[in-house]
Design a protein around this ligand. Structure first.
Ligand code: MTE
Length: 319
């Protein structure tokens, strides 16, 4: 039995669709995401720009990558991307966005280790300083055949690869999500599962132009339910490959076990490229349904595109 569920219908109570209830206010997100104190001093001629002001400025003058501004479909509304979520560490229902507010972002660290010449443990200031952010609008396709269009903010994964310099023995990369059963209480509701949530790519996939670390969405820092402070975005693969709230990245010589693939390799294959011609064992992947405010039965249906429409970027990885 799969754990990825399509909810019975898309009729959110009014209380759940108020975006500001989710997003609080922008200032609190900025501070939460970088774990700093409550006041941000204005930049003066004599002050050294800190990463808070750098980050605010980066969001105010957000660079929109011209290669990824139009996917031929409207961008999904913010109140949908921020409430229609999967984050099984915090529960299985579609109200998981509420439970995910328990995610603690203070003093967040991301350890990069394994077969690299330059192992690093980044804090969020390091991430903000080192990796300039940009906006990219990508199609998003869940293995359960629903789809969105999401304006991510973040940086290409290859910049981090360049920073840590994998050795020639590194072939795979494992990404591990935050997990603490005292906080991620929803995980235990699922019974015995191979926590923490992990995902993996080949090093060449991580170096592909499309592979992206998101730190923001809709022009603002990522809400917790979308995987703050940093998550994977791999637009040519099914959504489960995009691990949220990353705490560890390891460069490895061989293919590691991953969360869904360990649970059911037949239903969640390691590669998980979006493929209309390869049905899921229990449903077709030929079409997808676009998440909208309408009841789910009325969602618009579209043809699924090979590699989710990104074949020109990635097909060469799979010859
Ligand atoms: N990452 C973690 N750590 N835990 C999860 O449950 N769910 C995955 C993926 N990343 C998941 C995760 C699945 S199944 C999907 S479809 C996407 O996150 C959903 O991302 P969204 O909630 O931002 O739309």
């Amino acid at each position: 039995m799969t754990l990825i569920k399509i909810p019975p219908s898309w009729q959110l109570p009014e209380s759940q669709v108020t975006p500001e209830a989710v997003f609080l206010n922008r200032r609190r997100f900025l501070q939460g995401a970088i774990g700093l104190a409550a006041t941000t001093l204005p930049l003066t001629a004599c002050s050294t720009p800190d990463s808070t002001t750098n980050k605010e400025a980066a969001y105010q003058n957000l660079i929109k990558n011209p290669n990824f501004v139009d996917v031929g479909r409207p961008v999904t509304a913010e109140h949908l991307t921020s409430t229609y979520n999967n984050f099984y560490e915090f529960g299985t229902g579609k109200s998981v966005w509420r439970a995910a507010q328990a995610l603690p972002l203070d003093n967040w660290k991301i350890e990069v280790t394994g077969l690299v010449s330059n192992p690093r443990t980044y804090d969020l200031d390091d991430i903000n300083r080192k990796f300039p952010i940009e906006e990219r609008i990508y199609r998003f396709r869940c293995v359960e055949a629903w789809a969105m269009v999401i304006p991510w903010v973040g940086f290409p994964m290859r910049l981090l690869v360049q920073d840590v310099q994998p050795t020639s023995a590194a072939k795979f990369v494992r990404f591990t999500s935050f997990y603490d059963p005292k906080i991620t209480k929803g995980g235990s509701l699922l019974g015995s599962r191979p926590w923490p949530y992990t995902e993996s790519l080949r090093v060449e996939e991580m170096n592909n132009e499309l592979a992206f670390f998101a730190t923001g969405i809709h022009g603002k820092p990522l809400p917790k339910q979308n995987g703050a402070p940093l998550r994977m975005v791999i637009p040519w693969k099914y959504g489960f490959k995009g691990a949220k709230s990353i705490v560890k990245i390891e460069f490895l010589p061989t293919q590691p076990a991953t969360f869904w693939n360990t649970i059911n390799a037949n239903e969640y294959d390691f590669e998980a490229n979006v493929n209309p011609f390869q049905p899921h064992p229990r449903w077709s992947q030929a079409t997808e349904r676009i998440v909208s405010d309408a009841p789910s039965l009325l969602w618009e249906t579209r043809q699924t595109l090979p590699f989710n429409g990104y074949a020109e970027y990635v097909a060469n990885l799979y010859t």
